[in-house]
Design a protein around this ligand. Structure first.
Ligand code: UD1
Ligand code: CA
Length: 452
């Protein structure tokens, strides 16, 4: 089949410089949702009709399998599809989708394609309040006759609850002829794609309808209010899928997944967490409240306390992290690693059972196993121009408030005394300390307040 995605509308009510179809739901643009779903149907041709914000839309969505058709002036949905005619392949069916209706499922579209196998099929839905939509007009036997737009409808037609979602599949071979016959002598002065339904009926072609599993599948976005509603709906759907799959969510209404979250068994997630990109939580991972994770892999049994922020990191099994831990890109933690509050790790590998429990910066470091990094430790990895590496071998103990001026290596089993500023390598198994000698001055007195 061919798939044509209509995305030329301006979206005035978004009050935004960003073209409407580029606004995000779950971190992905409306149009990208539609494109991704379209791809799962393996169309022979995938055509996007663009207009407003053309360059941005094109450059943002560009992909080798997408053909572009420009609709310079928005003269109606029929006119929009006509712009795509030269790009259509010979496939029997052409499916029209809207770039601002992001959540239609592939399963629903497959049912629609099936219904339209030997004719035309419309995705319709019954609404308690159908106002604003095109209505499906049927005859006494229930056969679809035509679609009438709200603005052209009689009072009787306005009382019809079954509406046109806009998503439709039609025979490619008849399309050019039908689109050529469209007139704009209607209330809006537009070329309505919906008028092809009456043309199909007049030619004796079967016109059928299919329905989505949920109303949310056909909701479009015209305003930030609708965008926010759709976001919540989508997030709730994802949350429900997670619950069904066995994830414990403290509150399915308070989780945001902007990407793909995969999980093992007995994973639990507290409120307010945001997952972006690809996040993998293995068996029995516990995520505390208000954590943000982007492209992160967490090993089985790891416990993450509140307010952690992780990005591009791999965390081993049975770790203990947070609260307030920050893992930046390139962090790799082995099994049973502890990273505590106000500890920042960047582009560093930390071996099994090592701990940095309080207030530290670990950047460009390679840390072995069973290392204890004391509170306030800092790897000075940057001299203002270049970055250097710190190597800390197995079983090292680093006293509090130590600075490791990279490049520097701490040998296996070494101990660094608290407050050390390490500028040369520390030998293994020894105590290294750099610190002014402690003095006590006898006879010294605290200053006294001068009486006036
Ligand atoms: C259209 C349908 C209506 C249906 C409703 C569902 C027609 C005539 N009417 O009405 O029956 O109930 O959608 O939401 O088809 N677009 C273009 N170029 C244009 C006009 C529209 O690309 O010249 C795109 C828009 O960006 C949007 C989609 O087509 O993605 C629908 O356009 P919109 O103006 O929202 O159509 P409605 O008048 O709401
Ligand atoms: Ca609309």
């Amino acid at each position: 089949m061919n798939i044509v995605i209509l995305a030329a509308g301006q979206g005035k009510r978004m009050h935004s410089n960003l073209p409407k179809v580029l606004h995000p739901v779950a971190g992905k643009s409306l149009a990208q949702h539609v494109i991704d779903t379209a791809r799962t149907l393996a169309p022979e041709k995938l055509i996007v009709v663009y207009g407003h914000g053309g360059d941005v839309v094109k450059s943002t969505l560009a992909a080798p399998d997408i053909a572009w058709a420009e609709q310079a002036q928005q003269l109606g949905t029929g006119h929009a599809v006509a712009q795509a005619l030269p790009e259509l392949g010979p496939a029997a069916q052409t499916l029209v989708l809207y770039g601002d209706v992001p959540l239609t499922t592939a399963a629903t579209l497959k049912r629609l394609l099936q219904a339209g196998k030997d004719g035309l099929a419309i995705l319709t839905v019954d609404l308690a309040d159908p106002s604003g939509y095109g209505r499906i007009v049927r005859d006494a036997t229930g056969q679809v006759q035509r679609i009438v737009e709200q603005k052209d409808a009689s009072e009787a037609e306005k009382s019809i609850g079954e509406i046109n979602t806009g998503i439709m599949v039609m025979p490619t071979a008849r399309l050019a002829d039908w689109l050529g016959k469209l007139k704009n002598d209607n209330a809006q002065g537009e070329y309505y794609l919906t008028d092809i339904v009456a043309l199909a009926v007049s030619e004796g072609l079967p016109v059928r309808t299919a329905q989505p599993a949920g109303e949310w599948e056909v909701l479009g976005v015209n305003s930030k209010v609708q965008l926010a509603e759709l976001e919540r709906q989508h997030q709730r759907n994802i949350a429900d899928q997670l619950l069904v799959a066995g994830v414990r969510l403290a509150d399915p209404a308070r989780i945001d997944i902007r990407g793909e979250l995969t999980h093992g068994r007995d994973v639990s997630i507290d409120v307010g967490c945001v997952f972006e990109g690809k996040v993998e939580l293995a068996d029995a991972v516990e995520v505390g409240p208000y954590c943000v994770m982007k492209n992160v892999k967490v090993g089985a049994g790891t416990r993450i306390a509140a307010f952690c922020h992780f990005e591009d990191a791999v965390i081993g099994p049975d770790g203990v992290l947070g609260p307030y831990a920050r893992l930046r890109p390139g962090t790799e933690l082995g099994p049973e690693v502890h990273i505590g509050n106000f500890v920042e790790v960047k582009k560093s590998i930390i071996g099994a059972q090592s701990k940095a429990n309080h207030l530290a910066y670990i950047g460009d470091a390679e840390i072995g196993q069973r290392v204890n990094v004391g509170a306030g430790t800092i790897t000075c990895n940057y001299d203002g121009a270049n970055k250097f590496k710190t190597v800390i071998e197995d079983d090292v103990f680093i006293g509090s408030d130590t600075q490791l001026v990279a490049p520097v290596t701490v040998g296996r089993g070494a101990t660094l005394g608290a407050g050390t500023t390490l500028t040369r390598d520390a030998p293994p198994e020894a105590l290294t300390v750099s610190r002014p000698k402690q003095v006590t001055l006898t006879g010294w007195q605290r200053p006294q307040k001068v009486k006036k």
